[in-house]
Design a binder for this molecule. Structure first.
Ligand code: COA
Length: 349
C-alpha cells in the first residue's frame, strides 16, 4: 500500500508516492497555471510506472493553502475525491508548514500573495509558533529584521532574499499525522487567507515583545491595572528574567495588547495579559493566550498546566479564562495589596 502526496499551492506541481516513511517516486516541477492539466496525469503516470493502481493508495495528503487560489483548489478537490471514492484518510497540511521543512531552527515560510503582500507562517519543527497570516511586505521585512535567528523558507526572489531549500514531498509525508487528518474528507476546505485580509482582520499579528515596545506596553499597563508595573520592572521581565515569555499583539503597527508569562519546568503562570479597551472582544486575548500555549507545547519539558490569579471582581477576565477551560481551584484571601481576594485558576494542557 502507498501514500499519495499532492501539492500545487504555489507555482510548483508536486506528486509523490511513499511506502512507510520513504518516498519511492516523485515529480516536482514548475507548472504555474498548468497544474489542473497535469496533476491527474502525473498521478496515473507514477502509479503505472511503479506497477500500482489507485486501489493501492492507503491515504492522501495535500497542501491546503494558503497560496494560489486555483492551485490550492485543484489539488484539494483531487485529493478529496480520491479519499472519498476509496474511503481512505485525507491529511490536509498548511502549505506554509510544507515549505518550512523540519529545520532545527524556527523557520518563516513565505509565499508571494501579490499586491505587495505575502503569506507568512512561522514553524518550529512542524509546529506553528505564529498562525498563518497575510502581511504587507513592509511588515514582513520588519518581522524578519526582528527575528534574525529564524530561517527564511520559500521562493523569496520577489523580496530580493534567498530562502532555504524546500522538500515539499518529504514534509507532506512527515506531517501526515493524526492532528492533520480530516474527519470528513468531503468537508475539507482550502485555506485562502485573502478573505480575512478583505475583512481587515489580517493586520493583527502576535510577535515577541521588543525593547522598542516598552512604552506602548507601559501605557496599556497604566490604563488597565490598579498597581501597574514600572517601566523598569517591565524591562527587567523582558531582558533579565530567563523564564519569562512576553508577546505583543500588533494591529497596523500599533501595539494593542500583551501577555507576560513564566514557564518553569512542568508549570506555567500568566503574570499579566491585557488588551487596549477599544480592541477588546475582537479575539486578541485569544491570540495572545494561544501563543503562550504554543510556547508551552514547544518546550522540551512537558508543561502540564497553566495557573493564574485574578481579582474576584474582574468578571470579564474570569469569563475569558472560563472560556479557555480554566477552573476555579480556591480563593486566596487578601491576595492583592488593597485587600481584595484572588481566585486561583488552573487549566491543564
Ligand atoms: N465578558 C464576557 N466574556 C468575555 C469578555 C467579557 N467582557 N471578554 C472576553 N470574554 C470571553 C468571551 O467568551 C470571548 O469570546 P466571544 O467574544 O466570542 O464571546 C472570549 O473570552 C475571547 O475574548 P477575546 O476577544 O479574545 O478577549 P479580549 O481580547 O477582549 O481580552 C482580556 C480578554 C481579559 C485580556 C481583556 O478583557 C483585558 O485586557 N482585560 C483587562 C486586563 C485583565 O483583567 N487581565 C487579566 C488579569 S488576571
Amino acid at each position: 500500500m502507498i501514500k499519495l502526496l499532492l501539492d500545487s499551492s504555489d507555482k510548483r506541481l508536486v506528486v509523490a508516492i511513499a511506502q512507510g516513511d520513504k518516498i519511492i517516486d516523485c515529480v516536482d516541477y514548475e507548472a504555474w497555471q498548468k497544474q489542473s492539466e497535469f496533476m491527474v496525469l502525473e498521478i496515473d503516470n507514477l502509479l503505472n510506472k511503479n506497477n500500482l493502481t489507485r486501489k493501492d493508495i492507503e491515504s492522501v495528503s495535500v497542501g491546503k493553502g494558503p497560496g494560489s487560489y486555483t492551485g490550492v483548489r485543484i489539488s484539494m478537490s483531487i485529493a478529496k475525491t480520491i479519499a472519498f471514492a476509496l474511503n481512505i484518510p485525507l491529511y490536509t497540511i498548511s502549505s506554509l508548514a510544507l515549505i518550512c521543512h523540519s529545520f532545527e531552527k524556527p523557520s518563516i515560510g513565505i509565499m508571494n500573495a501579490r499586491s505587495k503582500r505575502s503569506y507568512v507562517g512561522v514553524y518550529d519543527k512542524g509546529k506553528a509558533i505564529m498562525e498563518d497570516c497575510i502581511l504587507e511586505n513592509s511588515e514582513l521585512l520588519a518581522y524578519i529584521d526582528e527575528h534574525p535567528d529564524y530561517l527564511l523558507c520559500g521562493d523569496l526572489a520577489y523580496l530580493g532574499l534567498k530562502g532555504e531549500e524546500e522538500n515539499i514531498a518529504e514534509e507532506l509525508l512527515r506531517l501526515s499525522v493524526k492532528e492533520n487528518e480530516e474527519e470528513n474528507p468531503l468537508g475539507a476546505r482550502p485555506v485562502y487567507l485573502k478573505d480575512s485580509y478583505d475583512q481587515g482582520h489580517f493586520k493583527t499579528i502576535v510577535r515577541k515583545m521588543l525593547p522598542s515596545d516598552l512604552d506602548a506596553v507601559k501605557s496599556i499597563e497604566d490604563a488597565t491595572f490598579h498597581n501597574p508595573y514600572t517601566k523598569e520592572q517591565l524591562a527587567a521581565e523582558l531582558n533579565e528574567n530567563p523564564v519569562s515569555g512576553m508577546y505583543v499583539a500588533v494591529v497596523d503597527h500599533e501595539v494593542v495588547g500583551f501577555i507576560d508569562f513564566m514557564i518553569t519546568f512542568n508549570s506555567s503562570t500568566i503574570v499579566q495579559i491585557a488588551v487596549k479597551e477599544e480592541f477588546k472582544r475582537k479575539g486578541i486575548g485569544n491570540m495572545l493566550l494561544g501563543q503562550m500555549i504554543k510556547d508551552c507545547e514547544s518546550k522540551e519539558d512537558v508543561v502540564e498546566f497553566i495557573t493564574l490569579e485574578v481579582r474576584v471582581s474582574n468578571a470579564p477576565a474570569i469569563a475569558f479564562y472560563k472560556k479557555h477551560k480554566f477552573s476555579e481551584i480556591t480563593i486566596k484571601k487578601n491576595y492583592y495589596s488593597d485587600g481584595e481576594d484572588a481566585i486561583y485558576m488552573v487549566r491543564s494542557l
